[in-house]
Design a protein around this ligand. Structure first.
Ligand code: CP
Ligand code: NVA
Length: 303
């Protein structure tokens, strides 16, 4: 963890060793081998949402409760933030009441500004650029399925080069597994995140989903229309149509390959119902793992 700031704005705020240790702790918490019911007694976590959420909100709120603390859901529709109060003032004031703050918003720069002005740990609960908390759960799910040690694993990302894809790129670089992306022209990942992952890791990008899933242990996708992109629905649906994860595509991966999706999912769009509801899907365990992974994160940041 970054000792100076103690924030979690991107996966790189953890070293590879800290990331691996956090996943092992999440496994112990999940198995009941580590008890932490009172670990964050009397501590409060604020959660600011400028976008919708089901999993992130509920897993953080329940997670802090299970650690003895208290979670506050703060919607920007009700905060003065929604009426133009600055992020900096909001961060400074909330730092005097709370012990940590999670924020879900649009620009990564907003989370960074928030963190610069906060004197408590700030957690990125999703931006247009990154979704690092999602990756903690995704990596935990992969760890449970394939054991410790990510080197030697091949992960395919099919579809939009969005916030979750960017965080997968960071994860591949940190943990040393191979990541193959297949994205339509014009919908690739963030160029800087990609360039760094290519330079420091085993990452490739193609336009061919079959090439990406060949020999993959994990096949991943996400919605074609992320929050804030609703006006692009028609163009995106046309561009992404050849990128649906189907049973035929899963058959081109390894026989033991699993399917992941951060959810919410749209059956018949980015994934067929047969795949997401089938035996290779791990999406419900992945969603459950948000709770265990974030409890380990809260203990690390607030404990
Ligand atoms: N995967 C995820 O972040 O889900 P929510 O948008 O429901 O929080
Ligand atoms: N890429 C999606 C993830 C939702 C959890 C979005 O940003 O809407």
């Amino acid at each position: 963890m970054n000792d100076r700031t103690r924030h979690f704005l991107q996966l790189d705020d953890l070293s590879p060793e800290e990331l691996s240790a956090l996943l092992e702790r999440a496994l112990r918490l999940k198995a009941g081998e580590e008890r932490a019911e009172r670990a964050l007694d009397g501590r409060s976590l604020g959660m600011i949402f400028r976008k919708s959420s089901t999993r992130t909100r509920v897993s953080f709120e329940v997670g802090i409760f299970q650690l003895g603390g208290h979670g506050l859901f703060l919607s920007d529709r009700e905060l003065q933030l929604g009426r133009g109060e600055s992020l900096a003032d909001t961060a400074r004031v909330l730092s005097t009441y709370l012990d940590a703050l999670m924020i879900r918003t649009f620009l990564q720069a907003e989370v960074e500004e928030f963190a610069r002005n906060a004197s408590i740990p700030v957690i990125n609960g999703l931006t247009d650029s990154l979704h690092p908390c999602q990756l903690l759960a995704d990596l935990l799910t992969v760890r449970e399925e394939f054991g410790p040690g990510f080197e030697g694993l091949r992960v395919a990302w099919i579809g939009d080069g969005n916030n979750v894809a960017n965080s997968w790129l960071n994860a591949a670089r940190l943990l040393g597994f191979e990541l193959r992306l297949a994205t339509p022209e014009g919908y690739g990942p963030d160029p800087e995140v990609l360039a760094r992952a290519v330079r420091e890791g085993a990452v490739s990008v193609s336009r061919d989903p079959r090439e990406a899933v060949d020999g993959a242990h994990v096949v991943n996708t996400d919605t074609w229309i992320s929050m804030g992109q609703e006006a692009e629905e028609e163009d995106r649906s046309a561009a992404f149509a050849p990128f649906q994860v189907t049973s035929e595509l899963m058959d081109a991966a390894r026989p033991e390959a699993i399917f992941l999706h951060c959810l919410p999912a749209y059956r018949g769009k980015e994934v067929s119902a047969e795949v997401i509801d089938g035996s290779r899907s791990r999406v419900l365990r992945e969603a459950e793992n948000r709770l265990h992974a974030q409890k380990a994160l809260l203990l690390q940041l607030m404990g």
